[in-house]
Design a protein around this ligand. Sequence first.
Ligand code: ATP
Ligand code: MG
Length: 584
Amino acid sequence: MAGEVIYYSKALIPTLRETPAEAELISHKLMLRAGMIRKLAAGIYNYLPLGYRVLNKLCRIIREEMNRAGAQELLLAALNPAELWRESGRWELYGPELMRLEDRHNRQLCLGPTHEEVITDLVRREVRSYRQLPLNLYQIQTKFRDEIRPRFGLIRGREFLMKDGYSFDRDDASVEETYKLMYQAYRRIFERCGLRFSVVEADTGAIGGSFSHEFMVLANSGEEQIVSCPSCGYAANLERTESLSPDSISYQQVEEGVSDNLLNLEKVSTPNVKTVEEVCGFMDSQPQELVKTLIIMADGEPVLALLRGDHEINLNKLQKLLGAKDLELASPETIERVTQAPVGFAGPVSVTGYRLIADLVTKGMRNFIAGANENDAHYRGVNWGRDAEPEQFADLRLSKTGDLCCRCRSALTFSRGIEVGHIFKLGTKYSEALGATYLDDQSKKRALVMGCYGIGVSRTMAAAIEQSYDRYGIIWPVALAPFQVIVLMVDPLDEQVRDIAVHMANSLKAAGLEALLDDRDERPGIKFKDSDLIGVPLRVTVGVRDLKSGVVEIKARKTGQSCKVSPEHALEKVLELLKGLQAE
Ligand code: ATP
Ligand code: MG
């Protein structure tokens, strides 16, 4: 890498003492304070030189690894004609997140939020034969999404930088090879960035496809919940996790032994007592003794889902089970129509005409509490078979702490992460919609089999900070740091200090490193604070007092450890310390 020296006195690095009030997340606060970004409008940011340096570091790593894996970089148009999006059906489907506009001829356009349509259009025009396959193309480009809630700074913007890649293969076997290459490239990218991350089997959601992984940077502030098994390596998004409740195991044993001791069904007046918590308080019982009833609209039809009081529903599981396209919680009006009671009193007893699906864990429950489908009333002593009969017991619950791994029965770990990358096999969804075909070796026309691979570049920059900071500021991993070294002049007006510091910075440059030379005529305290805030991995401090003893100080941002060496040995020491930091 070409070395560089930037003089702080000439640079635009407007650091702030105060934390801007609008920022909630630490990465957002620190990027504003470190003078890396500035907000232009909600979810829209300018990158200042320091922020842009980090972004470029990331892009460089991404490019190197994508190219190494055989992908080719191109740049697609950000402004897309509506017709193309109509062909895939997404002009309607994408909804208000799509930034739409009209040109002077009243033709509709959108600003690309992702580029399946554009790339498929390009490839359908240029690729004819199996001999041109596989083809793997990517770009790094600004994307536009009118997010319903842009927030957390760069984590969820309305304009953001994305690396998006698309592969074209002849068949499933071949796309799976490409997918594996991308999987490995992604691992290398995030490893090289120096990030702690987890790769999870992702829910494919609306996009479709059967192979799908998300790359999550581990951070407590993450929006995503990740469940992983430390024993066998299983990892998945919370919504996709299959796990065993320790109770469901013990309940099966209960079920075999207990068939008697059934209490009578008893209606209890519970005026204004609605939530699980309220019912338990009122009846002096535990959530585990209660079965709650959720009314879910599955493709417009109400379905009753029954779960133990302390469990939450996993709508993905119900959706899969029902084979439904669209699932949502019923409105209060629907709930009243179905249960003939206000919200809060639904139950499984005497329900007719609707599908009842109960979670597996409830199967072993006896004499439980449930709503009575009547205003201000619940039942006590409800029992399956006698009082209510679901059409099916199935796994509906969201995994929770204490659950066991389905594969190996070890205790699962729950953590949080920020989704920075997503790879999935698209199959022929877009190639069929847009007629992107090739001729195989028998001259037979076939649909191209696609994969698609995204990285949120600007989000990754924020995620790196979420994972690594302290109360003084950012702590960059060496690979992403805007500079590897800051050379700080304590007394910039002293000639010897200046000479040695400039010489130091230049020798770092000659060694291929990027150095920020803090030559500002500021109080040392301010300079030390700024240096910690912007998080450069190593600091070389040159001051009159140390020079009297013939030394400069070298300090590592991460550990706070420092040492003093003679100016002649400083370069060698810096190189050695950086090597150590990179190897971590
Ligand atoms: P999310 O669930 O967070 O909305 P997504 O599923 O919409 O993400 P993709 O369409 O797969 O995201 O986009 C690829 C990558 O782009 C994501 O993995 C994420 O890192 C990044 N990304 C998506 N939306 C945003 C956004 N609004 N701001 C910044 N980065 C984003
Ligand atoms: Mg999204």
